[in-house]
Each structure stands twice: as C-alpha cells, then as structure tokens.
Design a protein around this ligand. Sequence first.
Ligand SMILES: [Zn+2]
Ligand SMILES: [Zn+2]
Length: 319
Amino acid sequence: MLRCSFCGRRAVYHRRYAGVFLCDRCMIKSVERRFRRAINQNKLVNPGERIAVAVSGGKDSVACLHLLHNYCRGKRGEVVAITVDEGIKGYRDGSLPLARENAEILGVEHHLVSFKSAFGATLDEMVRIAAKRGTGLNPCTYCGVMRRHLLNQAARELRADKLATGHNLDDETQAIMLNYVRADLSRLYRLAPIYAPREGFVPRIKPLREIPEKEIGLYVLLKGIKVHLAVCPYASGIHTEIRDFLNSLEANHPNSKFMILRMFEEIRPYLKEAVPEFEMRGCERCGEPTSTRLCKTCELLQGIGLAKRRKKLISDGDS
Ligand SMILES: [Zn+2]
Ligand SMILES: [Zn+2]
C-alpha cells in the first residue's frame, strides 16, 4: 500500500511534479490551501465583496463556486452564480441542472442568461445559419466572445465587485501557448490572475489558476460534489492539439505546466508597454463597453445577419 507522504494514511494520488503521495484528506486540504493562497497573494477578493461566479455545471466552475462560497462567507461577503446557456444540444442541457442544483445546495442566488434570449439564436442555430450562408464559423470563437460578453453584462447588472471563473492550470497554460502560437500580445497580456480593463468591465478573477485540472477533478470526487463531466462537442482544432501537446510534455517532464505559468508571470510586467492603450466607449449597437465602433459580439453577430437585443439580462427582482 502506498502511504500519504504527509500523514501516512492510504494514498489516493501521486503528485508527480512534487514527488509526493497524498491521502484523501491531505489532497482536499492541499487544493483548498492553494485556492486561498492564490486569493491572498493576488488580492483577488476583499472582505465584504459580492462575487459573481460563472458556473457551467462542469467540475472547475462548480468547485470554484463551492470554494468561493465558503471563503466569502467567512469574510462578510457573498457569491452569486451566473450560468450562460449557449444552446449546445446534448451538452449544455446536461450541465445546466447541475449548475442550478449546486447553487441551491449552497443557498446561492442563481441567474440564467441565454444566447437565445440575448441574441435571438442559440450557438447551434448560429452554426447552421453560417453554414447556410456559405460562410461557416468557428464555434469556439463565437462561444468564447459571446459568453464573456454576457457574463460581464450580467455580473455588472448584479452589481458584483468581481467576476470569478473556474480556469485551472491546464486552461491557463493552454491559453498562454495559444497566444504564443497566434502571436497575440494583447490577449496574452490579459491572462492575469486578476484582470480589470476599464469602467464597464467587472474585474475578472481566476482563483483556481494554479491547480491542475486533474486535482480539481479529484477534489470534487473526494468531496462528493456532483458535476457534469461531458466534453463540449465543438471542442476541436488547435485547442485540443495544444492540450494534447502540454499533457505529453507534462507526462515526460513533470512540472512543465507550472514552469510555463511561472515564466509567463515573470514576463508579463514587461508586456504592459508593448500592449497599446485603448480608449473605452460604448458599442454603437448594444451599448456595452468596447474600444471599437462595434463590440466584438455585435461584429460577429452582424457577420451572420443577427443583432443583439438591447435589453437588460437580469430583470429586477429576478433570482
Ligand atoms: Zn495525508
Ligand atoms: Zn455590441
């Protein structure tokens, strides 16, 4: 029997990059400690703040909700959950009930916003519309841009001080590598533990950024937290290639992912000068903050003959 390197109980996990074995209790403690350290070191949350958490129902966002709920409760703060329904058949319909259920268990206010009601079409419908027009679209681009747009608007309408997402170490290193490959300095610069661009944007925080995906999976399992485990049917292309590359790198050279994140953090302060300053204004179409005439969401919608509806996402008194 393999024993926990810290307490001698039966080990459930081999943390290769650190050369240690962990039992269930030490594993849970370790994840929670790393979560608190990320918050304290980067000042992600201040006492009394209202934190909106983006909850899809998957393991990362649900773990983030549970951890932040416990953390904020002890600091006179509170969390609210926001779920975006992109309208991906056979995927989102499985995760939505789990987002709702977890919010309910914790007694957390839960808000659902959807592509369909904000943009007049689900992501599936947008893909079909683009195919019919003969243009085609990259679902991940549409989904990513529009989800961030709705999350920011909803968090602002809910008067949240911060918007938290469940990005883990794997997500973060994938994003770093993707921006290297695309030579996108501005997007690379945004990959901070806390990023607060300008007025109109709710500062985004990523408290799970230093925890490997595998360890979050184990954490929810050991805590008996119910999550949705399916993979998005649109996941493909360069994202999965980079993920597979990083996983094989980590398998042959443990600790590579942490090193990529560390190196990026060393470099990031120097990027500030290279990233152009931009002036903020309201999108001509929808009024949301943007540096260009049309925000990215309205620009993408225009490309497939759709337009965002000008209305609040969260109705007053809604919960
Ligand atoms: Zn132990
Ligand atoms: Zn717009």
